[in-house]
Design a protein. Structure first.
Length: 334
């Protein structure tokens, strides 16, 4: 049976800090639908992480978080600008379009998942036309689907272009912890003009949970109703908030992300196949032909081929030095 250690950071178990917080939350009777003390504590910790005064809500998946965010920023006859390989654009089974009642995703190019500034300028320069869905929002991802990390300055430049044209801003932070561990300043987000931020919990080592951070207060009214209609206002909300308590109270979120990043760097050092993208966070992408990938599978290691044809190896909080070295030897052997 193949090992799934590097197939995705979704294949890892939940971190002990997240599980301990869940057990601790499973005591007594508390208000439902996110009105409980655990949810309040988790929201405070997220606000502290960002040093931002914002509304914080917890939902069950990254798909829900992203789709709800862009639906809140666009009307059905408008569109969202996003990288062509962003999760929002290619891996949500049309959820943004469904939640947004017909909104469109306009794909933009860029190396390693980072949007090219010139391409964004071109898209923003298109005149208004009643026959097309003009852009109302920009969606950026940090770290990107290829593990690239935007600097604060790079995000600022792209967001400034969009804001100058009146667009709203969504930041997909499914792997925001890995970006932070790589040096991205989370406290800079509040000053960038981001309206809605999704912070990934699941990939970071939690049980299924993500945080939506409403940084634009004008979007707060009836946001709870939007979540309820979307099936994302769980009655026992404390169990979605609790993992964030466990992962944020003693710094486990960033500590585990730094470990995942370090394991990816270690794997890159031992990689006999050419890298197709620089290793900046917890993903390693390589040029590997299909026969070699199948030999690796036969040797007991599952892997996936990504959108650009690369073979992807993802590290997680649970990746061990021993597993990295074992995979390194298996890669050399094939």
């Amino acid at each position: 049976m193949a090992r799934y250690d590097f197939m995705s950071d979704n294949t890892a178990p939940a971190a002990p800090e997240a599980m301990a917080a869940l057990v601790a939350a499973n005591s007594g009777f508390v208000p439902s639908y996110g009105e409980d003390p655990v949810t309040a504590r988790a929201a405070d910790l997220v606000r502290g992480l960002l040093d931002a005064d914002a509304e914080v809500r917890f939902v069950t998946s990254g798909t829900a978080a992203n789709a709800i965010c862009v639906a809140a920023l666009c009307r059905p006859f408008e569109s969202v600008l996003a990288h062509a390989h962003a999760h929002l654009a290619i891996d949500e089974t049309g959820a943004p379009n469904f939640f947004g009642h017909g909104l469109k995703i306009i794909p933009l190019p860029g190396v390693s998942g980072r949007i090219d500034g010139a391409a964004l300028s071109d898209a923003l320069g298109q005149g208004e036309n009643a026959h097309v869905q003009s852009p109302a929002a920009l969606s950026l991802t940090n770290a990107t689907e290829y593990g690239a990390v935007y600097s604060v300055e790079a995000l600022e430049a792209l967001i400034a272009l969009a804001k100058a044209k009146g667009l709203s801003m969504h930041l997909d932070g499914a792997r925001l912890a890995n970006a932070a561990a790589a040096g991205f300043d989370l406290k800079a987000i509040k000053g960038l003009g981001v309206d809605l931020l999704a912070i990934g919990g699941t990939k970071a080592g939690m049980t299924p949970t993500e945080a939506i951070v409403v940084l634009n207060p004008a979007l707060s009214p009836r946001f709870g109703a939007r979540l309820k209609q979307s099936g994302q206002l769980p009655s026992k909300g404390r169990f979605h908030a609790a993992p964030f308590v466990g992962m944020l109270e003693d710094g486990a979120l960033l500590r585990h992300a730094a470990h995942a990043n370090a394991m990816a760097a270690r794997l890159a050092e031992r990689m006999p196949f050419p890298l197709t993208h620089a290793v900046e966070s917890n993903g390693v992408f390589v040029d590997m032909d299909e026969p070699a990938r199948l030999r690796l599978h036969d040797a007991g290691w599952a892997s996936s081929r990504f959108l650009d044809g690369s073979v992807r190896f993802m590290c997680s909080w649970a990746t061990t030095v021993e597993a990295v070295d074992e995979l390194g030897e298996a890669l050399k052997a094939i």
